[in-house]
Design a protein around this ligand. Structure first.
Ligand code: URP
Ligand code: ZN
Ligand code: ZN
Length: 472
């Protein structure tokens, strides 16, 4: 069995920071301690570096078909981008297409396994509900898929009525599944979109104006309340409104098992981005909000009301008519230009899986808002716990997978599309100077990234059957 000894590094976990050596045997962490040695082991000198667990991003959309195109990172390129940013575990979504839930999962798993460059799990979207689906939900956990996502928006496409959401949650609660909720008000969005289009309001700012924050506040409380009545745990995805964080806090205060995530884009941008000539880059659902919302989201992360920082990574080219060179070959994938005359046709989503850790470190840890330990908790340990992957993932403990990011807290670089490895033509943080970046990344003991060189391959990432998650 191959051995690798990470020497002289500073280990950072959710509750401790300490100097120790870490021994990897095969794919696992086998020892951690001062003065550990191993004859014949490959020595990795981590002097001056922090040893972090690989990040866990529980919200990505890889190869997702939308509006006649597809999100431009697949399970290979998205995993590669993640790894360059220090993330080694992704959880993607299975669409409820033709056939049973199991058939959809088998099909998407086969599709992803050929390409995946980092380990991945799945959530199951429930966008159609009937007696058959109710039955299938009872055995979903046995397939290693222990979370479902439901939508209170995207009428006539993805949305379920509240009664069906209640039924899904009730089954989920009884069968070890966590229900994730996309909480917006689909009815009001439809009215506002129709009115905007009738008035020929077609620019990207109308994406934000037709999806008001109040819809999220109301729908997130509805989600919490339905969860309470179904006696089931709830997880609010992509939270971005101050009032939504208040509803999460209210639910938790009332003893409801509700947790939630926000994403970096909501911490750093506002609806004003949509007024830029390239505003379409920020079109995702829900949209960017206001400065006061940012303040509440930061507070929620700092005080633990919000448990997870995910990304909702779902990139599209800004101009997909022009190829970019990816791994030496030109590739063009239709993107945001599809909606140049109509904001409702702009594919919803943005890149972020590789940005998450360095951008958050730079703004949260370097400023002292978040400790390195909280950083590990929010970006690796908590998502692993909530989604049933802990301690295999998101932890530096003996027996855990050797998913490790060696982090140089002093490394300064100018970030942007050339550094981030997303397969798209832009980066939302272009020209931001960052301090702190991963310099080596390992997955199950295998080197993926060293000094900005890629060592991964398609198919290296394994499907992760997940256990029932924790309520934290
Ligand atoms: O705009 C987004 N977020 N696209 C992905 C789908 C979703 O609702 O998360
Ligand atoms: Zn969503
Ligand atoms: Zn999403």
């Amino acid at each position: 069995m191959t051995q690798k000894l990470i020497k002289n590094g500073t280990i950072v976990t959710s509750d401790k920071t300490y100097k120790a050596n870490l021994l990897i045997e095969g794919e696992k962490i086998s020892q951690i301690g001062e003065g550990i040695t191993a004859d014949g082991a490959e020595i990795i000198d981590a002097q001056g570096l922090l040893v972090l667990p690989g990040g866990v991003d529980p919200h990505v959309h890889l190869d997702l078909p939308m509006f006649g195109t597809v999100s431009s990172d697949d399970h290979y390129t998205g995993g590669k981008a993640a790894a360059f940013g220090g993330t080694t575990t992704l959880i993607d979504f299975v669409s409820q297409d033709q056939g049973s839930l199991e058939e959809n999962i088998i099909r998407w798993r086969a599709h992803a396994e050929q390409k995946a460059s980092v380990d991945f799990g799945f959530h199951m979207n429930i966008t159609r509900f009937n007696g058959q689906v109710a039955e299938e939900l009872t055995t979903l956990a046995s397939l290693g898929v222990t979370s479902v996502k439901v939508f209170t928006a995207y009428n006539n496409r993805l949305r379920l009525p509240d009664g069906e959401i209640f039924k899904v949650m009730r089954i989920a609660g009884r069968h070890n599944l966590l229900t994730m909720v996309h909480a917006e008000n689909g009815d009001i969005i439809d009215v506002l979109v129709d009115e905007a289009l009738m008035a020929q309001k077609t620019t990207p700012i109308w994406h934000a104006r037709t999806r008001p924050g109040w819809g999220e506040v109301e729908a997130s409380l509805r989600a919490v309340a339905i969860g309470a009545q179904a006696e089931a745990p709830v997880y609010l995805v992509h939270m971005n409104v101050a009032g939504e964080v208040d509803q999460l806090a209210y639910g938790r205060h009332k003893g409801v098992s509700v947790m939630g995530e926000t994403c970096p884009q909501y911490l750093f941008f506002t609806y004003r981005e949509y007024e830029r000539p390239d505003g379409a880059k920020w079109v995702c659902s829900p949209p960017m909000r206001d400065l006061e919302d940012q303040v509440r989201l930061w507070q929620g992360l700092e005080d633990g009301t919000i448990q997870v920082l995910a990304t909702d990574h779902c990139p599209f080219y800004f101009d997909g008519s022009k190829p970019i060179i990816y791994e030496g070959k030109p590739i063009a994938i239709p993107g945001k230009e599809l909606g140049k005359d109509d904001f409702t046709k702009i594919p919803n989503g943005l890149p972020g899986v590789g940005d998450r850790l360095p951008i958050f470190w730079n703004s949260a840890v370097n400023t002292g808002r978040i400790t390195p330990n909280q950083f590990v908790k929010i970006t690796a340990e908590n998502p692993a716990r909530v989604f049933g992957l802990y301690p295999q993932k998101g932890s530096l403990t003996v027996g855990a997978d050797a998913d490790i990011a060696l982090w140089d807290p002093e490394l300064e670089l100018e970030y942007g599309v050339k550094v981030a490895q997303h397969r798209t033509d832009h980066n939302l943080y272009e020209s931001t100077t960052l301090t702190g970046f991963p310099v080596q990344v390992y997955q199950r003991g295998n080197l993926l990234v060293k000094n900005r060189e890629w060592y991964g391959k398609p198919g290296m990432g394994k499907f992760l059957p997940r256990a029932a998650g924790e309520i934290i």
